[in-house]
Ligand binder design. Structure first.
Ligand SMILES: Nc1ncnc2c1ncn2[C@@H]1O[C@H](COP(=O)(O)OP(=O)(O)OP(=O)(O)O)[C@@H](O)[C@H]1O
Length: 306
């Protein structure tokens, strides 16, 4: 059984808005796949189509070769956390999960197991209406795990979680992937995915921007910067630009250099008798790369004239 999620030319229009635009991608089992895009990029709409909750306007999306709606086994087939608020607030956490288990023909014993797994066993008897967003996220994750499914889909699961919760979620996703499951996790923040995902699917305005491993994405998109401070301001910039580097003067003998690694800059300076008082490489930030890549597809940005 190859539990792949495969989208081909997937499209969803709402009136005049194209929320998802001929999107093609593959999500493989055994790894955590991050589904990234700025607000309004079409992530939720896509995930809902994967789960058969929204009907595509065009194209197809299949889970294990079939549209998900055609699979008869519901929660045993795929578990999902879409909207942590989409629960009956008057119910207790235990009653909510028990109702789900019963309606999906799952053993009630799973309820206690997933409550413990998600760290909400202590509040199982409390009404969900009094839950914080973080507790709701944990409950939503517990519900997704209820059917012990091979496919798991989480929409912005890190929202509202405290640092301990974030660490727990990352460990959980990694373990689920190691067990051979297909794990698809959406986020609008690269920082959240950096330590969570192995593979990335990046979208903007409903279109595919990148689909590759996190490592390849980092190698392709980020340019390491080096801070260089020298009292010999007359000679250093020309020396570096002559070797293809971009050099930005920051003032007081400090330069930000891109396009040459720190060791090369150090050697060039030494060979040409240029004194260096500082030479510090900065690992490139994936968040910056992601923002640059998706800048044109951001729907609402602060201060943007529209
Ligand atoms: N039911 C709907 N009716 C009309 N437009 C919709 C509907 N659902 C989504 N849209 C529009 O489709 C686009 C994509 O929305 P979607 O919620 O899928 O994006 P998203 O990437 O999940 O964003 P966010 O991170 O803000 O949740 C947006 O322009 C949104 O306004």
């Amino acid at each position: 059984m190859v539990l792949m999620i495969e989208a081909t030319e997937l499209t969803k229009c709402y009136g005049g808005t194209t929320a998802v635009d001929r999107l093609s991608f593959t999500v493989r089992p055994g790894v955590v796949t991050g589904f990234l895009g700025p607000n309004g990029a079409g992530k939720t709409t896509t995930l809902r189509m994967v789960l058969g909750l929204n009907r595509p306007t065009g194209g197809t999306v299949t889970v294990d070769g079939q549209p998900f709606g055609d699979h008869p086994r519901g929660l045993r087939r795929a578990g999902a956390l879409l909207d942590a608020h989409d629960v009956h607030d008057g119910r207790t956490a235990r009653a909510h999960l028990t109702a789900l288990a019963v309606s999906n023909g799952l053993p009630r014993s799973r309820v206690a197991e997933v409550l413990t797994e998600a760290g909400v066993a202590d509040v199982a008897g409390r009404r969900i209406g009094g839950f914080s967003l973080g507790m709701r996220q944990r409950l939503g994750i517990a519900a997704a795990l209820l059917g012990d499914p091979p496919v798991l889909i989480f929409d912005e699961p890190l929202n509202g979680l405290d640092p301990e919760g974030v660490r727990w979620v990352r460990g959980l996703f990694g373990r689920l992937a190691d067990e051979g499951r297909t794990v698809l996790v959406s986020s609008h923040l690269m920082g959240e995915m950096e330590q969570t995902a192995d593979e990335l699917i990046v979208i903007g305005r409903g279109r595919l921007i990148a689909a590759q491993s996190l490592r390849d994405f980092a190698a392709r998109t980020t340019r390491p910067r080096v801070s260089v401070r020298t009292p010999d301001t007359g000679s250093l910039p020309g020396l570096l630009t002559g070797r293809g580097a971009e050099v930005r003067a920051e003032g007081e003998g400090l330069y930000t250099v891109t396009g040459l690694p720190a060791d090369r800059i150090g050697e060039l300076a030494f060979t040409h008798g240029v004194r260096l008082h500082e030479l510090s490489p900065h690992p490139a930030s994936l968040e910056e790369a992601f923002m640059e890549l998706t800048a044109e597809s951001v729907e609402y940005s602060a201060g943007a004239a529209r």
